[in-house]
Design a protein around this ligand. Structure first.
Ligand SMILES: Nc1ncnc2c1ncn2[C@@H]1O[C@H](COP(=O)(O)OP(=O)(O)O)[C@@H](O)[C@H]1O
Length: 214
């Protein structure tokens, strides 16, 4: 089963994708995570990607689609893919259709996490993750149970994303509205869009997604 998790920055796509990986043995394909790896390299591409990400703009469609194509080539046909942060433009959506067809796969659901944009800025600017296992936390909403220690793996190292500041977040929201939201009508015509209230508790959102996948 292949699905897209869709929603603005901070909607909780990454959090829910991690849970789907744990509960359903699916594979998370996050172009944001892939690009964060790419930017670490001291190469021309790494520096270009870092500049674009820090401004909140979009990396080129061909670069991200090639990354997705390469990941799917390595995946067994029975492992479900969770597309997280991809596709983000109408061109990427068309590219994904071609890539899926090439690998003999198809989309089952596009799950849209519906959220209130004003709340997102607070969510995003307060978030941080475990540097070791990637577990997500928040200054106000979800501190580790023991201060400074990851609940999941015990690590004491945490990190914040450089693009999680208010100015960049607001730009990423407008990019979502202008570039990404327009891909929804195409999927709606195919009857595969499912909407989930992304403002509820993390567990409630997970239950709603589980019900769609069941
Ligand atoms: N599919 C994509 N197409 C173009 N750029 C992307 C794509 N995925 C991620 N990026 C780049 O990486 C940044 C971070 O993406 P992501 O981790 O998905 O964060 P968020 O959903 O919180 O904005 C984006 O702002 C953009 O610059």
């Amino acid at each position: 089963m292949d699905i897209i998790l869709l929603g603005p920055p901070g909607a909780g796509k990454g959090t829910q994708a991690h849970r789907l990986v744990e509960h359903h043995g699916m594979m998370q394909l996050s172009t944001g995570d892939m690009l964060r790896e790419t930017r670490k390299a001291d190469t021309e591409l790494g520096r270009k990607v870092a500049d674009i990400m820090d401004s909140g703009g979009l990396v080129s469609d061909d670069i991200v689609s090639a990354m997705i194509d390469a990941k799917l080539a390595d995946m067994g046909p029975d492992v479900g893919a969770i597309f997280d942060g991809y596709p983000r433009t109408e061109h990427q959506a068309a590219q994904l259709d071609e890539i899926l067809a090439k690998h003999g796969r198809s989309l089952d659901h596009v799950i849209e996490l519906e959220v209130n944009e004003d709340a997102l800025v607070e969510r995003i600017t307060g978030r941080f993750t475990c540097a070791n296992c990637g577990a997500g936390y928040h200054d106000t909403f979800k501190q580790p149970k023991v201060e400074g220690v990851c609940d999941e793996c015990g690590s004491t190292e945490f990190k914040r994303r450089p693009d999680d500041n208010e100015e960049t977040v607001r730009h990423r929201m407008s990019v979502y509205r202008n570039e990404t939201a327009p891909i929804l009508p195409g999927y709606e015509k195919r009857g595969i869009v499912k909407r989930v209230d992304g403002m509820g508790a993390i567990d409630d959102v997970t239950h709603a997604i589980d019900a769609i996948l069941a």
